[in-house]
Write a protein that binds this ligand. Sequence first.
Ligand SMILES: [Zn+2]
Length: 791
Amino acid sequence: MKRFHFGLAALCLTATAFAAEPFDDKFRQLDELLPSANQYRTASGAPGHAYWQQRADYTIRATLDEANRAISGSGQVTYHNNSPDTLHYLWLQLDQNIYKPDSDARMTMTAPSREAWGRAKSDEEGMKYEGLRNILAGRDFDGGFKIGSVKGSGGAPLQYTVNRTMMRIDLQQPLKPGEKFSFSIDWTYKINEQKVLGGRSGYEYFAEDKNALFEIAQWFPRMAAYYDVYGWQHKQFLGSGEFTLEFGDYDVQITVPADHIVASTGELQNPGEVLTAAQRDRLAKARTSKTPVVIVTQAEAEQAEKNQAKGIKTWHFKAKNVRDFAWASSRKFIWDAQGYKKDGSNLMAMSYYPKEGNPLWEKYSTAAIIHTIEQYNKYSLDYPYPTAISVNGPVGGMEYPMISFNGPRPVKDKKTGEITYTKRAKYGLIGVVIHEVGHNYFPMIVNSDERQWTWMDEGLNTFVQSLAQEAWEDNYPAGRGDPRFIVDYMRSKNQVPIMTNSESLLQFGNNAYAKPAAALNILRETVLGRELFDYAFREYARRWKFKRPTPADFFRTMEDASGTDLDWFWRGWFYTTDAVDVSIDGISEYGVSTRNPETEKAWKKAQHDAEPVSIIDQRNKGMVRKVDEQPALKDFYNEHDDYTVTNADRNKYAEQAKELEQWEKDLLAQGKHLYLVDFSNLGGLVTPLILQIELKSGKKYIERIPAEVWRYSPKKITKVIVTDEPLLSLVHDPYWETADIDQSNNAWPRKVTPSRLELFKSRQPENMMKDFNTPLKKQDAEGDKEGAKKE
Ligand SMILES: [Zn+2]
């Protein structure tokens, strides 16, 4: 048996010996992965000469039924077929349908893991009260669109089919290229209580004053996207992949209780009918003010909370060239505003918040909106819309054209009524306002397909957000953007590449927000440099403003406009889960031999003398040797060691020197120090080398080596480093700019990693006898009634 095995092993060896292992070329071009360029999208990453996109214009009349927490609406949609294709049907998105008890979103939910469900290791991963309430309430809530009627422009009913979160309208006449089609549609739906059912919109109920605050979005049937690389965007809404929509003009009239203040996408058309003279006056002042002007004061909002006026009012808004429309409504709203006008931007920054948001909101929200516009304009494009709004309500953070919903609030002490806020709430608010207002640029204007690629809006937006936060204050407590923040994630096991469909992402926030944002910072600071990067990034925004880019358009534009082949970068960072982990494996020093025997034999002797004395010789020290007892036994070789320079050596050197050219002699005399440094790439992701070189005199400097250093040998390279003096130490990535997941192998000589060991007391076993005899505590006046009853 054994012999047979050996024979087999030998066979295998010979078989593999013939096939060379395929070379893993980290720099091979991306063409094999990217779609071919065509007349719609060019190889440079710009829209092609025949680029087209569809358009949908909406006229909507809607009513908020506050008592029943419901919306009813009727809309007229005009769909423009700008494609070269004839369409036989239209698809619409019915995203409210994820609130149906049997929706795919609900039916496909899974527990994170058996362990996290049953035996959570910490508060962080454990099942919350809110989690269980959400599951149970979702089974009972009668959510989703109820479609009333769908009619053509002539009033005849249109055939339609609802497929979960989508709806197909069958056209009686095919819609030819260049034609448009109008239809009307009526609907109602029940609004979700956001704190219970979750979601990107919904209402919040305030038990203290018995009022509600409504954040309304995904509230009407919206035209699905139809485009050259995908056809109809037919991916059902499961809750993660957001909304892929067409641009159009909106004319929207919203009827709400008379004392509500409405914040909305677009510009208010009838201020004379819905605002008081004082409010209109304050708005006019806000336009040129250098600080926010309060349009509805806290006192006025609190009065409205108490009065709960009867009657209704209709607010009329129009918005041009937007891809969606959202609004918020409540009598609880305090409202402040400040104008901003510079270059191509001229807008009103406005915030709407209940008293529960103060004092945080009046101080930071509108200031953060204006900061966002200043910073994003600098890095991408001039904000083109007339308003930019931040609303405080139940939704933690969500974006729509011109309007965003943002969650952070102070906390009120239940007993004392004292209002304080955490550092996390303060910077969370500034950060989320920057992020959600920033989404106007990506994806509300640079209209990437969110249902397909979350990173294209979240990653790019989180990247610019990180630049804006840097510009807010020094040491802004950010959690994303800097490469060092993603090191733990890059080390983690359950990852998928950034280039994964939104609904299939693992570790959503890290994958689609933090990793692409860090990667772009690396591209900007470490690979391209700020000048080349910023030019290319602006060019991407300029090219794709009000158009729909795909990943290839972004990758190609960044290369084309920076003049740099970045295929290796996209391949490593976006198409794999490889990490950066460079190790300095070893260094050997080479002084250049002078060939002068006087110098070189002395050098060799010094090397020999530097070797440790052998243990035998150490222990034999002082031993009386034969030649010591009888010195006559000594001769020439006892006088001269191997390093003695002979005349023959000197003659040979003189002869060789004659044959050397002067420049060759100069080179030998330079006295440079040469080091052969072995680097290995343990993480798989190729990276530039950033080498901090420290010399014997204490001089320190950085050498930056492009990633192409790995092109012939992506796993292991040897690099020659030349210095003027002996090298004291070498550190790769001293500023932690490459997201290297193991800093401990980045230094030569290796550094000790300092850490602290926490010691804990041994646990005492449970003492039931002692617990049983413990006297029962009296419930205090505010103690819960259940406890008191048991007593
Ligand atoms: Zn976002």
